[in-house]
Design a protein around this ligand. Structure first.
Ligand SMILES: Cc1cc2nc3c(=O)[nH]c(=O)nc-3n(C[C@H](O)[C@H](O)[C@H](O)COP(=O)(O)OP(=O)(O)OC[C@H]3O[C@@H](n4cnc5c(N)ncnc54)[C@H](O)[C@@H]3O)c2cc1C
Ligand SMILES: NC(=O)c1ccc[n+]([C@@H]2O[C@H](COP(=O)([O-])OP(=O)(O)OC[C@H]3O[C@@H](n4cnc5c(N)ncnc54)[C@H](OP(=O)(O)O)[C@@H]3O)[C@@H](O)[C@H]2O)c1
Length: 384
């Protein structure tokens, strides 16, 4: 371990971690990566269940195409509000500012600077606050390049332009390791986000930075620890049920490493899955090994696209509801991690149905049972 320990590490003073390894975990359309960060010398003291904050850089190709659209060469000097020294525009756009989701103040300024009526009309529609939900959706889908294309007549000085932009926010990732197994390393499990919008390919900023652009083997990736209440029970004999399809598996890999290292006697049940068993079974050898060794007492797998009808983790929870209820009554802790929009909601509904059906409870009694689980830390969610 190095003697140097940085004093304060937080989102404003991140540690430059070395990305020691980047390995693909999946073979399908959805790319998922195993990333290993060397945190020696950082003083970062993490626990399984915490998250790592990553300060990404934008894609240089996106920055260059924006500079060209705005007719800047990138060498212009600009000073951001909280900075004392000026920096060149290209570097500032690359490292400090968000190229997505422009603010209404920015759109209003573009509207004012636009000299062509057709461009002004288009922006007036976007700025119409009569339908707030529609306006929010419009803004969330737009990047600065879209606005430059929509209003090419709007001209700014470089300083004026950057002062209208939002800072580039760090992203959080669940730690997928246990410090008991790797105290000087943190591993992450990251899905590369790609989608199309209006026929155009779009990339997630941080997930593509981590999976494609972050340099390997250099102390270069700014990170900080985001401690979480999402944690294993202190009682090593308590049973644990973990529901984590997709990247939701991440903290549970750390939990299982931790349970093995602690020699925890409590039973472990993991619900996992993704699109296709053949291509998306990430950490397959590890998970099957833990099942064979008995660390995992149950491994329940939902492959959503391997058959005509979708099979999701909550369908299999219902199927195994009687056994799940027995685990809960034996004091099991219930954890959910992953997609908040759909999965976590459906899992919550299935859990309530299991409690009602197998516990013979009324809706009020079910709600009280789940509230008590939450209050005592026996129902924890880490969803995004
Ligand atoms: C506590 C926590 C833990 C997390 N753990 C993990 C983890 O272990 N692994 C992991 O991979 N991720 C994890 N995430 C998610 C992660 O933080 C990022 O949100 C994710 O990687 C996307 O970031 P990005 O910068 O690549 O995408 P961004 O550039 O931030 O783009 C995301 C945005 O793109 C838009 N978008 C996305 N899909 C579409 C679509 N289909 N159509 C239109 N617009 C769309 C949405 O507006 C969305 O907000 C976690 C999040 C939290 C809060
Ligand atoms: N913006 C979006 O629309 C969007 C959507 C998904 C993921 N993401 C992001 O992409 C990244 C990777 O996501 P991820 O790997 O965690 O998960 P994911 O790609 O969302 O899905 C993992 C598995 O969960 C299944 N699933 C879908 N809906 C479900 C439900 N209601 N209940 C249970 N399972 C369900 C999926 O099936 P199917 O895919 O076959 O339905 C897939 O098999 C994350 O950063 C996430 O935030 C964004």
């Amino acid at each position: 371990m190095s003697d140097f320990v940085q004093q304060v590490i937080d989102r404003n003073h991140p540690f430059r971690a070395k990305l020691a390894e980047r390995r693909p975990l999946s073979a399908g359309a959805k790319a998922v990566w195993h990333l290993v960060f060397d945190i020696s010398g950082s003083g970062i003291d993490y626990k399984a269940g915490d998250a790592l904050g990553v300060c990404p850089e934008n894609n240089p190709a996106a920055v260059d195409s924006l500079l060209a659209a705005l007719r800047f060469d990138g060498g212009e000097l600009v000073t951001l509000p909280r900075e004392t020294a000026p920096a060149n525009l290209r570097d500032t756009l690359l490292k400090k500012l968000s190229l997505r989701c422009p603010s209404t103040a920015f759109l209003r300024a573009v509207r004012e600077h636009a000299a062509v009526p057709a461009e002004q009309i288009e922006l007036d529609t976007a700025l119409n606050e009569a339908d707030a939900a529609k306006q929010k959706a419009w803004i969330e889908e737009r990047e600065l390049g879209d606005i430059a294309e929509l209003a090419p007549s709007a001209r700014f000085s470089a300083q004026e332009y950057v002062s209208l932009l939002r800072p580039l926010a760090p992203r959080l990732y669940s730690v997928s390791s246990s410090p008991k197994i790797c105290p000087e390393q943190i591993t992450l499990t990251v899905a590369t986000l790609r989608y199309t919008f209006a026929g155009r390919a779009r990339d997630g900023v941080c997930s593509t930075y981590l999976s494609e652009r972050a340099p390997l083997g250099e102390a270069a990736v700014p990170v900080f620890l985001h401690p979480s209440k999402f944690a294993l029970p202190d009682d090593a004999a308590a049973p644990v049920i973990m529901v984590g399809p997709g990247t939701g598996i991440a903290p549970f890999r750390g939990f299982l490493q931790e349970r093995a290292a602690r020699g925890a006697t409590g039973k472990n049940w993991l619900f996992f899955g993704d699109r296709h068993e053949a291509k998306d079974f990430i950490y397959k050898d590890e998970l099957l090994g833990w099942r064979d060794s008995g660390l995992l007492n149950a491994l329940t797998l939902a492959w959503s696209r391997d058959q005509a009808e979708k099979v999701y983790v909550h369908h299999l929870m219902r199927r195994d509801g009687a056994e799940l209820w027995r685990w809960l009554e034996a004091g099991a802790y219930f954890y959910v991690c992953g997609n908040a929009r759909s999965m976590a909601k459906d899992v919550d509904i299935a859990l309530a149905e299991i409690v009602a059906a197998h516990g013979g409870k009324t809706p009020d009694e079910t709600a009280a049972y789940l509230a008590a689980l939450k209050k005592t830390g026996r129902y924890q969610r880490d969803v995004y």
